[in-house]
Design a protein around this ligand. Structure first.
Ligand code: PXL
Length: 290
């Protein structure tokens, strides 16, 4: 549908403190001129990365009623974007949402949030991995990080992976359903100081690589920010490599803007200092084909 403002249904939790999930997704996409319609999966006092104590209200049981109203309103979306999910039941609800709201034209993006740095988050286990494998089968684009890709494919996580192997991982993941596979936080074998984003586009049989200088700091929520910038770019009409390039550049800029300040990393990058960058036209950085 031709709309003045592009519209995204964002199926994520609302974590009150820490700039992850909806508190990162909404400002990024709004700044890029995209309307975000959240389907909240849970309300937490903070995200779970680095906060030992947090309160948590699960919204699984209210999601079905909520979505029923949207079906009655006959809403339509240019993109359906899901991320951190708390249970198999929530994954099933997202699958039902996609079955109902998916059209020929719109974009389904699934970020199979399950872990990072080689390990799973505490709420994830074999059942969630199995269900996530089924959910990614319904997506047009998936954005697993290197850890999540290893769990989805049941391959060992290593500190080193060469370009040919990572390309093969992306192709295998694409065979599970999604036409486009975007692998993030991939260690770059050419230089230990770099990390890359690798993307396989099955329709054009092309594999893109975008490298970025690694800054030794881990801020939670950057995966959500990266995927939101990519979605914003694609909805604005960017090509895949340009949308990915914008995501990588924006994350590097956010980390650089934050790193010099001495505050707990668990609060996330200083997004508010950087959002204006998203209004600038895309500057072509460096992408290459594999
Ligand atoms: O950014 C991913 C994410 C989303 N939601 C919650 C999280 C995390 C990562 O830790 O804890 C609640």
């Amino acid at each position: 549908m031709n709309r003045t403002i592009q519209r995204v249904a964002a199926i994520h939790d609302l974590s009150g403190f820490g700039r992850a999930s909806l508190t990162a997704i909404m400002p990024v996409l709004s700044t890029m001129g995209v309307q975000v319609c959240p389907v909240p999966t849970a309300v937490l006092s903070s995200h779970t990365g680095g906060f030992e104590d947090f309160s948590f209200v699960d919204l699984t049981d209210s999601m079905a009623e909520f979505i029923k109203q949207w079906k009655k309103l006959e809403l339509s979306f240019d993109c359906i974007y899901s991320g951190f999910l708390g249970s198999e039941k929530q994954i099933n609800i997202v699958e039902d949402f996609i079955r109902h709201f998916k059209t020929k034209e719109n974009l389904v993006v699934v970020d199979p949030v399950m872990g990072d740095n080689g390990s799973l988050y505490s709420t994830m286990g074999p059942v969630m991995i199995r269900e996530m494998r089924s959910l990614i089968g319904m997506a047009d684009i998936i954005t697993p990080n290197y850890t999540e890709a290893a769990f989805l494919l049941d391959r060992p996580y290593t500190n080193y992976i060469d370009d040919a192997t990572v390309k093969e991982w992306a192709i295998r993941l694409s065979e599970m359903g999604p036409a486009t596979v975007v692998l993030t936080s991939v260690p770059d074998h050419r230089d230990n100081a770099d990390t890359s984003v690798i993307a396989y586009d099955r329709a054009n049989q092309v594999c893109w690589k975008i490298s970025c200088r690694y800054i030794p700091a881990h801020y939670p929520g950057t995966g959500d920010t990266f995927t939101s910038v990519m979605i914003g770019g694609l909805l604005q009409g960017d090509s895949l490599p340009i949308a990915l390039d914008r995501g990588v550049l924006f994350i590097s800029q956010c980390i650089k803007a934050s790193y010099g300040f001495n505050y707990p990393k668990r609060e996330g990058v200083l997004l508010e200092r950087c959002l204006d960058i998203l209004k600038a036209p895309a500057v072509i950085g460096a992408f290459e084909t594999l």
